[in-house]
Design a protein around this ligand. Structure first.
Ligand code: CO
Length: 268
């Protein structure tokens, strides 16, 4: 990797949604260690895009920067070039905030000359197919014909919500018993249930389609309340196993983000 000289200092900013679930941030440390191996000479900064999460953590005395704050800090620390990696899943609302942060902070007087923003995990057809093939290695290998895997994504009111349906298509090319749903988007669990019935599915492996197994995974996916995905599936007599692992804990998935990061480091 290029060495930082006095007036050409390059830094990396990892921008994640953020999490307040104790222990879930270990996933972020895992991602950082991968970036450190790839770019040992480069300083790595963090930003959390979620104000709600930042405020919650601040209440516990843990201060995290927003993307704008982190970029301003990096300018203050003398970085002239910054590669910002979007550690998000789809190019939705949070990713567009990163685009805005980039265009607001780039090229200010005595600030950062150049900021490149790397796309989130799923940013096009190639990502969808690579993600699909990678996850096929991460889910339980030996499954009976009446067993399914359901991924619970977040979902968005942003048009990029279509990435969930796009991902579903790519999974179905390989395996018709893999389903993609969103807790706040389409397709939802209610769209998947009739398909499970039609296919006479008796057992489901349920896992989050989120970077960390955070709040949504703990409550909406695996919670005890009647409307959690686990409860709804069990209600229908489907044996349900929860896999409490965020996408950021799988090496072959983090590699997709890291390849995006490499691409922007190359053009910086
Ligand atoms: Co949410």
């Amino acid at each position: 990797m290029r060495k930082n000289s006095e007036n050409n200092k390059t830094g990396i900013l990892l921008a994640a949604f953020g999490t307040s679930v104790p222990g879930a941030d270990r996933v972020y440390s895992h991602i950082q260690s991968k970036a450190e191996v790839l770019f040992p000479q480069v300083d790595i900064y963090w930003a959390y895009t979620s104000r709600v999460i930042r405020e919650k953590l601040a209440g516990q005395g843990r201060i995290f920067n927003s993307p704008v704050q982190a970029l301003a800090l990096m300018a203050e620390h003398g970085f002239s070039k910054v590669a910002m990696q979007s550690l998000l899943i789809i190019p939705g609302l949070e990713h567009h905030d990163l685009i805005m942060a980039r265009s607001s902070l780039e090229g200010l007087p005595k600030g950062i000359e150049k900021i490149e923003l790397a796309p989130p995990l799923l940013s096009g057809t190639l990502d969808l197919e690579r993600f699909t093939r990678s996850m096929l290695e991460n889910i339980p290998a030996s499954r009976e014909s009446d067993e399914a895997v359901i991924f619970m994504g977040h979902g968005s009111i942003h048009p990029a919500n279509v990435f969930y349906a796009g991902l579903q298509y790519h999974f179905w090319i390989h395996d018709e018993n893999i389903f993609v749903g969103a807790v706040e988007g389409i397709p939802g669990l209610e769209d998947i249930l009739p398909l499970l019935k039609k296919k006479k599915i008796r057992k489901v492996h349920l896992m989050p389609l989120m970077v960390v197994a955070g709040d949504h995974a703990v409550k909406d996916m695996a919670g005890r309340q009647a409307d959690s995905w686990v409860s709804v599936l069990k209600e229908r007599g489907i044996d349900t196993r929860v896999i409490m692992k965020g996408l950021g804990s799988f090496d072959n998935i983090v590699d997709i983000w890291m390849d995006h990061l490499k691409e922007v480091m190359d053009i910086l």
